[in-house]
Design a protein around this ligand. Structure first.
Ligand SMILES: CC(C)(COP(=O)(O)OP(=O)(O)OC[C@H]1O[C@@H](n2cnc3c(N)ncnc32)[C@H](O)[C@@H]1OP(=O)(O)O)[C@@H](O)C(=O)NCCC(=O)NCCS
Length: 199
């Protein structure tokens, strides 16, 4: 098992610089629809690739994720995704491979609202949607949240956006949906799941 060095507080895994507190057990490899994907917590060096990923989203996908026209993220919004403590706030990336040459295809985050409740939001690149990536990423995030004592996840989604509602129903039987005009507030109990093979 990798341990950051006492002298530097960081080390390299698969060419990426890791820092103290990086939860290595959340780096997993998943077989999905003939794809071999890597999921890992965000790293400080990911800011640029997340910015490019969001710029590459279709306007509809970006709108559904951020609930406003979002051709690009502000520095502050990027920091919200990248500056995480892996406890009250976690961001997981889905990538086509391990290491710096990998392609980012999905980003999910939870942010704790109260001791046992967090807001979750995720987005999968347009070309990768409807292949199970969103459900897999949501399941990994839910597991990470459960590890940190979070029992409930909430998400506000557009009423005309069926994917997250179906995704939530597929994730757990315990889903509550409260319609509020053009949006729906989803609440799910954190499901536990079998841990996929570690990288
Ligand atoms: C929501 C999102 C993350 C789902 O990711 P995904 O990889 O496409 O989802 P999956 O392939 O895992 O599918 C999950 C479920 O959603 C359904 N689904 C996915 N896209 C759908 C669509 N366009 N229309 C209807 N259902 C859809 C799938 O059929 C599946 O349900 P099922 O198992 O009952 O068939 C992705 O569509 C996305 O990024 N959307 C834009 C951002 C967004 O809406 N985020 C959620 C709010 S924060």
């Amino acid at each position: 098992m990798f341990e950051p060095t006492a002298q530097t507080g960081h080390d390299l895994v698969a060419g990426e610089r890791l820092f103290r507190g990086h939860p290595l057990h959340r780096r997993v490899e998943v077989e999905l629809d003939g794809l071999r994907l890597h999921v890992r917590p965000v790293l400080p060096g990911d800011t640029g690739r997340i910015a490019r990923f969001v710029q590459g989203l279709s306007p509809t996908t970006a709108y559904r994720r951020f609930l406003a026209p979002t051709p690009r993220l502000t520095a502050r919004a990027l920091a919200t995704l990248v500056d995480v403590d892996h406890h009250d706030r976690e961001t997981l990336l889905a990538l086509t491979a391990d290491g710096p040459s990998s392609r980012l295809i999905g980003v999910g985050q939870y942010v704790r609202l109260t001791e046992a409740r967090a807001e979750i939001a995720l987005v999968v690149g347009d070309a990768w949607q409807r292949r199970g990536v969103g459900r897999m990423l949501a399941a990994q995030l839910a597991q990470a949240a459960a590890e940190e004592g979070i029992a409930e996840l909430t998400a506000t989604v557009l009423a005309e956006n069926p994917a997250p509602q179906r995704l939530a129903v597929g994730l757990t039987a315990a889903v509550e949906a409260v319609h509020a005009g053009t949006t729906v507030d989803l609440t799910i109990r954190c499901p536990t799941m079998a841990t996929p093979r570690q990288v």
